[in-house]
Design a protein around this ligand. Structure first.
Ligand code: HEC
Ligand code: HEC
Length: 345
């Protein structure tokens, strides 16, 4: 372990892993939201971890806070700076256009307060499984989603996922100009690979925390049967949790054979539904304002499919998806998400 914080993280891992054996998650439509897509292992999992540590102006910083570094970045940040809600670390400014104020800092004076978009979606927009990759989208689509959040049309099927409520609050508090500026910024960034899909009968043992599965290290490390789940996990838990590393992506372990089966569903409808390519484009990278699906987080994709099917995402454009989803179930959502995530974005 390189530093005290990493040791603390490892201790928390150890404490949790003893208590939380992982069972197979819900697998069919009548079993509720697929737990894996929400980053839970059971319907009674503890409450979702609180969002990133707050940095109240009044807090007294430790005398000598540790400076974190990432190879290749000329910056160093303390933990408080890395996860500052109103100015999160930007390790590689050269990787993205100049961030406008709302993306880099949010607006603390708003009511409710608006965190920097870059805190959750990252300065480069690639996002994390528990929120959304906001690159590769069109301006029209992006704006429509902010309006849908604002109008309470985008919620989430597992109410333990409290960051969706935060997102709603930001959209309600944003001015039209802020929405336009944020939309212009993120939609100017093309999608690049961020998740690697691996078909496997097993997955690494993980700790479910904050809506994400973190791979256990040290004596707790090991593998377990994957079952009918997708386990999407950061390549490095420390890069993810401690550093918010913007170049360290994710691995998604998916059941053996799921990519091929998903391909059939997506490209032909598999006799159950409409081919997704009709609206999302032959390459599944979006068509007109219809969003891209290629290479995106499988957990995010599955949540959206389930949310739209269950009336928890009912935006202005969502009715187009309703007939597509009517005869699909959680197993189909898994196959579809495995295939879509495996595509080059
Ligand atoms: C606290 C974390 C957080 C912050 C900060 C945040 N978001 Fe989000 N955002 C989310 C979550 C969570 C979702 C939805 C995930 C889901 O539905 O599963 C989301 C979804 C979105 C989407 C929808 C993407 C899609 O493909 O449909 C857009 C657009 C978006 N956010 C824009 C923004 C903008 C602009 C800001 C800054 C003002 C921002 N977000 C700040 C958490 C956050
Ligand atoms: C008739 C056109 C149409 C077809 C066919 C279609 N979609 Fe969609 N899809 C849309 C539209 C429009 C949206 C945006 C919905 C909204 O804004 O709420 C969307 C949104 C989505 C989203 C959410 C993306 C995001 O960024 O949040 C996913 C996931 C999705 N579709 C998957 C699929 C899959 C999988 C199929 C095939 C089984 C499919 N779609 C077929 C039109 C379509």
């Amino acid at each position: 372990m390189r530093n005290p914080l990493a040791v603390a993280v490892a201790l928390v891992f150890a404490a949790w892993s003893g208590a939380g054996a992982v069972e197979a998650a819900g697998t069919s439509a009548d079993q509720g939201p697929p737990l894996w897509a929400w980053g839970f292992t059971s319907p009674d999992d503890g409450v979702r971890a609180a969002p990133p540590a707050p940095t109240p102006a009044t807090a007294t910083p430790p005398a000598n806070p540790r400076q974190h570094k990432i190879p290749g970045s000329k910056f160093s940040f303390t933990q408080a700076q890395v996860s500052n809600r109103y100015a999160p670390a930007d390790w590689f400014p050269e990787d993205h256009p100049v961030m406008p104020e709302i993306v880099a800092k949010g607006r603390e004076s708003a009511n409710p307060q608006i965190y920097a978009c870059g805190l959750c979606h990252m300065p480069n927009g690639k996002g994390r499984p528990e929120n959304a990759n906001v690159t590769g989208l069109t301006y029209e689509y992006f704006m429509q989603q902010l309006k849908d959040f604002k109008n309470g049309k985008r919620t989430t099927s597992d109410k333990r996922k409290t960051n969706t409520d935060l997102m709603t609050g930001f959209a309600k508090a944003m001015t039209d100009a802020e929405m336009e500026i944020a939309a212009r910024y993120f939609t100017s960034i093309p999608s690049t690979p961020w998740v690697k899909v691996i078909e496997s009968a097993t997955a690494p043992k993980t700790l479910a925390r904050g809506g994400v599965f973190l791979t256990l290290t040290g004596p707790e490390a090991g593998t377990e049967p994957l079952g009918q789940r997708i386990i999407e996990t950061p390549i490095s838990a420390e890069d993810f949790e401690v550093l918010r590393h913007p170049r360290s992506g994710f691995i998604a372990y998916v059941p053996i054979g799921s990519v091929k089966k998903g391909e059939t569903l997506v490209r032909t409808g598999g006799g159950k539904t409409t081919a997704c390519t009709v609206c999302h484009g032959v390459d599944l990278k979006g068509l007109g304002p219809v969003p891209t699906l290629a290479g995106r987080s499988p957990s995010y994709l599955a949540r959206q499919l389930y949310d739209m099917q269950h009336g928890n995402r009912t935006g202005a454009w969502s009715p187009l998806m309703a007939p597509v989803l009517s005869s699909l179930n959680n197993d189909d959502f898994l196959l579809i998400s495995a295939y879509l995530a495996s595509l080059e974005p």
